[in-house]
Ligand binder design. Sequence first.
Ligand SMILES: NC(=O)c1ccc[n+]([C@@H]2O[C@H](COP(=O)([O-])OP(=O)(O)OC[C@H]3O[C@@H](n4cnc5c(N)ncnc54)[C@H](O)[C@@H]3O)[C@@H](O)[C@H]2O)c1
Length: 331
Amino acid sequence: MQILITGAAGMIGRKLTDAILQAQAIGDHPVKALHLADVIPPVPPASDGVKITTSTTDLTDPDAARVLTASRPDVIFHLAAVVSGQAETNLDLGLSVNLDGTRTILDAIRSVGAGYCPRFVFASSLAVFGTPLPDVIPDDFAPNPRTSYGAQKLIGEILVSDFSRRGLLDGISLRLPTISIRPGAPNAAASGFFSGILREPLAGLPAALPVDPQTRHWFAGPRGAVGLLLHAACVDTAPLGHKRALNLPGISATVADQIAALERVAGPRAVALIQPQPDALVKDIVSAWPRAFAPTRALSMGFTAETSFDQIIAAHIEDELGGKIPLHDTE
Ligand SMILES: NC(=O)c1ccc[n+]([C@@H]2O[C@H](COP(=O)([O-])OP(=O)(O)OC[C@H]3O[C@@H](n4cnc5c(N)ncnc54)[C@H](O)[C@@H]3O)[C@@H](O)[C@H]2O)c1
């Protein structure tokens, strides 16, 4: 099987690449070749079993997108995007990457012709939903985005469904939960603190908490997100019918739940590094986000994610901190 990942230099792209290279397969299908494309030059990891190629590709360029699909990849993970904060502050950029970029890769698939019909896994987001929201969102709840990012993702979902109906691709749009713990440096996203309040204390650093501890949201860890994407690459799409977008399993947790898990894993000294710094703007944005889903369809199709923040924190320590909590070294 031949795989293409767009946005491969990003956080999820790099984790997905590592998982594919480690397994050298997706489900029962051996992976022979993997192409990593991003506007930032992707750094290819070492691999002895899978042929890796890379390209610095701006997906808003139709010619560049056609080069990516000319080799007829069997599975395309479309992850390239600018995230919510950027898409909100820069409407042109969001429209260009999140909307035009998605349209461009879809058109590039269409241009191959001759019966080419790849599995297309689109990284959508729970941001397609906007207030008013029920406490638990059922599968048939209508999307109603309240951000430009959510609107751009929803348009992408509709195109993926329509191209699938036309037999131009076999698409599946994953409304990914917010990923926590996002590794690396803090970013400017309004959701950034959901990772920061765990990641920084685990590294022995202070973290700001801008919202009330009872704030509830829907999460998956990086490993869970990768698992959802890999399952989408090989699952039977027949049960989706024409509804190609899926709400996904995740963890409904309050900030207090996150902090309690941190205390269980890393102790009270880690929790003491979290400093309340109320931020009315962040509070306002986050209060409009989904708190929980009942993702019946996805569960019946075998999608799974993490079930506790203890599990997510343990995976972060293993994957990002070499299995040790630096804070404990000074005890
Ligand atoms: N991280 C989350 O919490 C989360 C939640 C829901 C959905 N998603 C979606 O999952 C996908 C991956 O998320 P991530 O957290 O890895 O984001 P990321 O910002 O780390 O990665 C996105 C990548 O897209 C690339 N990109 C941007 N513009 C491009 C262009 N014009 N051409 C080619 N590449 C371009 C960026 O360089 C970056 O490497 C995105 O589509 C995002 O919207 C993420």
